[in-house]
Structures are given as C-alpha cells and as structure tokens.
Design a protein around this ligand. Structure first.
Ligand code: UD1
Ligand code: UDP
Length: 382
C-alpha cells in the first residue's frame, strides 16, 4: 500500500484552529503522510506563530510567504506559489479550510491539476456577495470534490445548489475540536487574572470585517457605541491589525485609549483569547469563528453584521445580529442574565477531526486494519 500524501492549507488566523485537530488526527495514521502548507497571508507572530505554539503544530512543511495585498494579488501569488509545490510534491489530497483567499486559490490549483480537493467547512452561505469570503465559499464549493460541512443547514445549501449527494458529508464543527483539545490549558491560562478581569463582569470585543472597519463613518459609529458600553461594562478589545491600521488612519484610536472602561490589547493567542471568552459577560464581534465558539460555550454573542453564514448560531445558539446602536442595551441584558441560553448544534462534539480523517481514509480506498485503529486512537488528542 503506498502512503497517501495529504496537504492541509492554512493561511490566516482562523485556519490554524481548523487545521490543527485534523493534523493531529491524521498524523497518527499509518496510511497517510500529512503536511501543512502555510501560505503566509497572516505573518505577524501574534497572528500566526502563536497559534502553531498554542495548538502544538509543527513548523509548516511548506511556507509560501504570500503576505498582504489586494485580493487579486493574494489569490494570484498563492496560486503561483502553491502550483510549484504541487508540481514538485504532488499530493494525493488537498484539504482547504474556511473561506479565506487561500481557500479558493489552492482549491483552484488542485482542481486544474486534477488533484482531489476537500473543503472543510463547506456549504456556509451569507448570501451577501459584497463579502469577499462569500465569493471564496462559492468558488471553492463549486470545484471541490468532497464537501465536509459543519452543520445540516450547510448540507441543505449545497443540495439546493445541485451538488451531488455523494460529495456532501456532515462531519461537524472542527473549531470545537480545537477548544476541547486545549480545554485544560485554556482553563489554567490565568489570562483574566493577568489582565485584572478575574471575578469582574466584562465584554470581549473583536472586529475586522472590511464592512465595519474600512469606512470612517461606520468605524466612528462603532467606536462611539463601544465607549458607551464601557461606561456600564469593562471592555477588553483585542485589536486585529487591519482594525488598528484603520483606527490610526481615521484618528479614532484616542477615543478608545482615553476611555477608562476600555482595555486595548494586541491580537491574543488562542489559549489566552478563549480563557477570556470563557469567563466574559458578552462577546461583541464580527468574527465568523467567534460566533460558533460562543454558541458552544453558551456565552452571549452580539454580532455586528447584517447577515451570517452561520445561522445555527442564532436558531440554536446564543448569537444575535445587532446594529451598532443596539449593543449598549445588549450588554445590559447580558449582564442582567436576560440572554437566551441556546444549545449546542448536532455534531459540535469535539470529534469532527476523527470523522474527517475516517472520511479521507475511506475515500482513499484504504481498508481499516487493526494497527490503524490503534494508531488512530493514539493520535487522537481528545
Ligand atoms: C482575512 C480573511 C478573512 C478572515 C480574517 C481573519 C480574506 C479575504 N480575508 O482578513 O476572511 O476573517 O483574515 O483574521 O481572506 N496584517 C498585518 N499582519 C498580519 C496580517 C495582516 O499587519 O499578519 C494587516 C495588513 O495591513 C493587511 C491587513 O491586515 O493588509 C488585512 O489582512 P488580510 O489578510 O488581507 O485580511 P484580513 O482582514 O486579515
Ligand atoms: N482569536 C484569537 N485571538 C484573538 C481573536 C480571535 O485566538 O485575538 C481566535 C478565535 O478564538 C477564533 C478565531 O481566532 O478561533 C477566529 O478568527 P478571526 O476572527 O480572525 O476570523 P474569522 O473567524 O472571522 O474568519
């Protein structure tokens, strides 16, 4: 039996949490060799290296050093660099995750070289094509060979688009595997104590969507509302590099640094960030992944967006889409314990990576032997 070579593509912060559980599950299997390809879209130590450390990943096997740029620059550079890797080290499977530029770019490279592509987190739709991620999702799902979905609403989206049934597999939400894998470290991180937040009510804030931070008026409105929230509830705002650049450019940073109830931080590592989320009163965000993590933990989440590609976080979870002027009241309701409790969606159980690894093995035509069963058990990290 020849060993199957699997590439896991990671580019930006939310990708590392999606790749890590699958890397750990597959690296325990004898039928495959698994390699991480980092495209380099995120490169600051606190947007990249910190996650390799926190999630116990090895250094990437390939680093494409694509860096920042326009959408076309990033997509094009990723395709050119990854195509070279594929020419030299032809993988048997390419696994792309999430909805960033590298997801679509590497899926296109694979599809054109007739290398099977799997999309982990397939089928999500915001139906908002002004969102760059929605374009990446549509392109990727149209050309991928296997579509691993996180929830049943995503299966329905794919069926409605005419995707053949045999391509769709609901494996569950892999972000939850990362949380479960790191649960003890997260609980023991002491981040709340270090930041003086232990035992106090506080809100965690993250913002980075271009629709919120790239326009002066919109960002100014959001900053004003956050300062109002901070008069009732201490805020910890972990500032994304895109957002920091815009706050500086628009002259809005002083309003935040001058507000006594606002604590600004650099982007945090995964363990520190989840320690803060686990103990907070409410999260105010526009992140995709954070909507899911808060639903899993039953923490109130106010999402500053018009729509979400993750509707189960609303229909089943603790997420609500809000306008900027609604967050002061939302924070009060969360502090008063008046937020709907929600429940965990089906298959958000910390076992998604095992289901995904099993799917790849089966689709590779490999029989499961006794040895593989044992090594899969040993490789599992939760
Ligand atoms: C990207 C993804 C988005 C994802 C987000 C997660 C796309 C289209 N966007 O958005 O889906 O939600 O990552 O965080 O793929 N920068 C740094 N250091 C870094 C990385 C970025 O300073 O390590 C700055 C640069 O000024 C850069 C800007 O942030 O131009 C935006 O980075 P980019 O990766 O283009 O988009 P994100 O907003 O991070
Ligand atoms: N996250 C983190 N540190 C932070 C902010 C977020 O570790 O300062 C984690 C968060 O827990 C989640 C992921 O980053 O796992 C979400 O990434 P991001 O919001 O950048 O992207 P999105 O999910 O919106 O694509």
């Amino acid at each position: 039996m020849s060993t199957k070579r699997i590439h896991l593509i990671a580019a930006a912060r939310p990708n590392f949490m999606k790749v890590a559980p699958l890397y750990h599950a597959l690296s325990g299997e004898s039928w495959c060799t698994v390699e991480i390809v980092h495209t380099g879209q995120h490169y600051d130590p606190n947007m990249s290296d910190a996650f390799f450390r926190d999630l116990r990943l090895p250094a990437p096997h390939f680093h494409l050093e694509v860096g920042s740029g326009t959408h076309a620059e990033q997509t094009g550079r990723t395709m050119m660099a990854y195509e070279k890797v594929c020419f030299e080290h032809r993988p048997d499977w390419i696994v792309v995750v999430g909805d960033v530029n590298a997801t679509a770019a590497c899926a296109m490279v694979g599809a054109k070289l007739c290398i099977p592509v799997v999309h982990l987190e397939a089928g999500l739709r915001s139906r908002d094509r002004t969102m760059p991620e929605e374009i990446n999702r549509l392109v990727t799902d149209a050309i991928a060979d296997v579509l691993w979905t996180p929830s049943h609403d995503a299966d329905a989206n794919l069926r409605a688009e005419g995707v053949p049934e045999e391509k769709i597999e609901c494996v569950g939400n892999i972000m939850i595997d990362s949380f479960e894998m790191m649960r003890e470290q997260i609980a023991a991180a002491g981040t709340r104590e270090r930041l003086g937040l232990a035992g106090k009510p506080y809100a965690v804030v993250t913002l980075h969507r271009p629709s919120n931070v790239d326009h002066r008026d919109k960002l100014a409105e959001l900053v004003g509302e956050l300062v109002r929230v901070s008069r009732d509830l201490q805020i910890l705002f972990a500032v994304h590099p895109r957002t920091r650049r815009r706050l500086e450019e628009f002259g809005l940073l002083d309003q935040l640094t001058g507000a006594p109830g606002v604590l600004l931080s650099e982007p945090l590592g995964y363990v520190d960030f989840m320690n803060l989320v686990s103990g907070c009163t409410i999260v105010i965000t526009d992140s995709g992944g954070v909507q899911e993590e808060t639903t899993y933990l039953g923490i109130p989440c106010a999402t500053l967006r018009e729509n979400t590609e993750r509707p189960v976080t609303i229909t089943e979870g603790t997420n609500r889409l809000l306008k900027p002027h609604e967050i002061v009241d939302a924070a009060r309701r969360a502090a008063a314990g008046e937020w709907p409790k929600g429940r965990r969606p089906d298959l958000w159980d910390g076992r998604t990576a095992l289901r995904a690894a099993e799917s790849l093995r089966r689709r590779s035509g490999i029989e499961r032997g006794e040895r593989d069963l044992q090594s899969a058990g040993a490789g599992a990290t939760h």
